[in-house]
Design a protein around this ligand. Structure first.
Ligand code: HEC
Length: 179
């Protein structure tokens, strides 16, 4: 038992020294080790699920989703998450982890799954994700706007460039519109 403890302590020390000497590459130009990526994904998914679980999805009318939701998405999100018909941007290409492209996801039809996915989107949009580049938009936007954005993100699943174009009015100024 005693030698087991000594060996374990020695192993921990070796790992600490290796990490302290810079062996782990924190550069975004190189992917994590597979095991690190698996661990981070598991922690992230579990955290989002647990935090989103008890949220109550409010009813937001379709015009609000199609105007406020689409407008905010188009002004604040496409530089990283892109949109149907949009080429990758200089910012999106260099990010690690890579921001998902929502329009490439399959449309959700099951009602319960829709609610769960909306809650998770809301929670992530409001709180961001540590050390990824995904900002916490709750610092500058109220919950109602964030629910409209979350519902619009769900609508993006499987969306074509023509459908996206119909949501977006051409005025791209976002400066003085903060709620
Ligand atoms: C500066 C880049 C950047 C901007 C701007 C940005 N995001 Fe993200 N977002 C990310 C990255 C990177 C991830 C992936 C994080 C990860 O894999 O852990 C992410 C993850 C997400 C997720 C969780 C993804 C999933 O798999 O379900 C959602 C939802 C999301 N973003 C929504 C938005 C919305 C909505 C906006 C605009 C209001 C936005 N993001 C703006 C970089 C960005």
């Amino acid at each position: 038992m005693k030698s087991f403890i000594i060996l374990s302590a020695a192993a921990v020390l070796v790992v600490v020294f290796a990490l302290g000497s810079g062996v782990y590459n924190m550069g975004a130009s190189e992917k994590h080790w597979a095991i690190t990526e698996k661990a981070i994904t598991w922690v992230r998914e579990s955290s989002i699920k647990a935090h989103a679980k008890n949220l109550v999805v409010p009813t937001i009318d379709e015009t609000e989703i199609a105007t406020t939701g689409a407008y905010h998405y188009d002004s604040m999100c496409i530089i990283c998450h892109l949109a149907p018909g949009l080429e990758p941007t200089e910012l999106s290409i260099g990010l690690y982890p890579q921001p998902p492209e929502f329009y490439e996801r399959a449309p959700v039809t099951d009602m319960e799954e829709k609610l769960n996915q909306t809650k998770k989107y809301f929670w992530v949009i409001k709180n961001g994700i540590k050390m990824t580049g995904m900002p916490a938009w709750g610092a500058t936007h109220d919950d109602e706007s964030i629910w409209a954005i979350a519902k619009f993100v769900l609508k993006l699943h499987g969306m074509t460039p023509e459908q996206y174009g119909a949501f977006i009015v051409t005025d791209h100024g976002h400066g003085d519109h903060h709620q």
